[in-house]
Design a protein around this ligand. Structure first.
Ligand SMILES: [Zn+2]
Length: 181
């Protein structure tokens, strides 16, 4: 009776504790050797499913200085800003930020959220007046560039969301590393 266990060394009634590897009852909710709360441990160490947070181009106009330039150049600047906007593509998920730049030859940047140490929101005057901001992502890892995201709706809220995802992933990775050690 009971469930079929792929691990042949275990009987139906026992399993290995994922933390201390001692054999414990399959139905145990707490390990009697290391006292780990197994349900909480499983929830914490389960990888988060990647979910899309934002995908699209930055706004064409995200600063009042740009509006000013459009007015001064009688609209010519708008074409320039538009080109700039369509040549940048963001794909932001609960695990990483991908940025594609260029129209003909694409340059792709991808940064995993758990590697990012700083999520700074910058509000230069021209952007603040337009209700916009910059999300500046920085990593202590020298191999990763710092990334600036702008022209995305509700970017400040999105920044908080990404910081939260990053923390979750870091916690999960620490837990996983601990198990493997
Ligand atoms: Zn244990």
């Amino acid at each position: 009776m009971g469930t079929i266990n792929e691990d042949m060394t275990m009987t139906d009634d026992t399993k290995a504790c994922p933390v201390c590897a001692e054999t414990i009852k399959a139905a145990a909710i707490k390990c009697r050797f290391c006292n780990t709360d197994l349900a909480a441990f499983a929830a914490q160490s389960k990888p988060q499913e990647e979910q899309l947070v934002y995908a699209g181009h930055p706004a064409v106009i995200y600063s009042v200085w740009q509006w000013l330039a459009v007015v001064v150049t009688l609209g010519i600047a708008y074409g320039y800003y538009w080109l700039h906007s369509i040549s940048t593509q963001y794909e932001i998920t609960s695990q990483r930020v991908r940025i594609e730049r260029g129209i003909l030859s694409k340059v792709k940047e991808s940064v995993e959220l758990f590697r990012i140490d700083h999520f700074d929101v910058l509000k230069p005057l021209g952007m603040r007046l337009a209700g916009q901001c910059i999300l500046h992502l920085r990593s202590s890892d020298a191999g990763f560039p710092s990334v600036r995201i702008y022209g995305v709706p509700e970017l400040e809220k999105l920044g908080d969301q990404l910081r939260e995802f990053s923390l979750q992933e870091r916690t999960r990775r620490k837990v996983t590393t601990f198990v493997q050690a």
